[in-house]
Design a protein around this ligand. Structure first.
Ligand code: ATP
Length: 271
């Protein structure tokens, strides 16, 4: 199995979502901060990259890779940092962050200022696909990152990102379709979408949006000889969406354990 090592790392991280693994007295701690459209996630790793704790919050302070609510974003990072410090019994001083590929310098700075405003020195700014590939470790193929607002495509050759694209169709659009279909408020649709028990039922409802995402991927990878596609990002947690992609693209599609955690873990690994 191609993703065995990635899956082991992600499982280890999942196990500290609630149960903190305490650091030794002088153990160095790495922190990754993922400022997303839908979630802000902080990951703490100890020596040898052993997961220690994770904190996250649903937040709408970033849109299309831009920080749209600076004060709100900083407050959330402060809160999550405080929670991590309390769980770990240690102060945290620095972090790595990631930005979507192609982010302009001014926008990179706004991500950095949010995190520094929350009291963490930013020691590394990665691009998101490179961070994700720090976990996946693939040499060639495409990484498809479907988050809240966008579908991102990165083509890798010899372990390096050689092409990137980002288009505005993401998890938000699945929730909008569910809200319309079931005649429920958006927030309720978000929860419905995250309820694994309902995934089989909702898949046919959201299939057209998933096919649109797959068509975006197809258009962007068509100029490359892609023999494997790897899915990351929270939207890929939807059970069965990988099959819709594989049927549409006729390319093997691989989904790691908990695609939501791949990039946040990769950011912390890169710090
Ligand atoms: P972006 O990458 O667009 O900046 P982000 O980094 O916040 O956004 P992620 O955290 O990767 O994106 O994913 C968020 C999206 O994943 C949201 O739309 C959320 O509803 C969806 N999501 C999270 N968990 C699940 C789940 N278990 N099942 C289905 N969808 C999920």
């Amino acid at each position: 199995e191609k993703l065995q090592s990635a899956n082991e790392k992600i499982r280890a991280l999942e196990s500290v979502e609630r149960n903190t693994s305490l650091p030794e007295k002088n153990e160095k701690i790495k922190v990754g901060v993922d400022l997303g459209t839908a979630y802000i996630v902080l990951v703490a790793l100890g020596e040898n990259n052993r997961p220690l704790a994770v904190e996250m919050q649903y937040a709408q302070v970033v849109r299309d890779g831009l920080v749209v609510d600076f004060v709100g974003a900083r407050q959330i990072v402060v809160k999550l940092k405080d929670k991590l410090e309390e769980r770990l019994g240690r102060e945290l001083h620095h972090a790595a962050i990631a930005v979507p590929p192609g982010t302009q310098e001014a926008d990179c700075k706004s991500h950095k200022y949010v995190v520094e405003g929350a009291g963490l020195d930013v020691i590394e700014i990665l691009d998101e696909p490179t961070a994700a590939n720090g976990v996946l470790g693939i040499l060639s193929g495409a990484i498809v990152d479907i988050g809240g607002g966008t579908t991102g495509i990165s083509v890798l050759q010899e372990g390096k990102v050689v092409y990137v694209a980002d288009e505005a169709t993401g998890g938000v659009h699945l929730s909008l379709v569910l809200a319309g279909h079931y005649k429920i408020p958006y927030e309720e649709a978000e929860n419905l979408k995250k309820d694994k028990e309902r995934h089989q039922e909702i898949l046919p409802v959201v299939r057209p949006v998933l096919e649109k995402m797959a068509s975006i991927v197809k258009r962007h990878v068509s100029g490359y000889a892609i023999d494997n596609i790897y899915l990351v990002g929270g939207t890929c947690c939807l059970t069965g969406m990988e099959k819709v992609f594989q049927d549409y693209l006729s390319i093997p599609v691989h989904k790691p354990q908990n695609p939501f955690l791949v990039t946040p873990l990769g950011i912390a690994l890169g710090s």
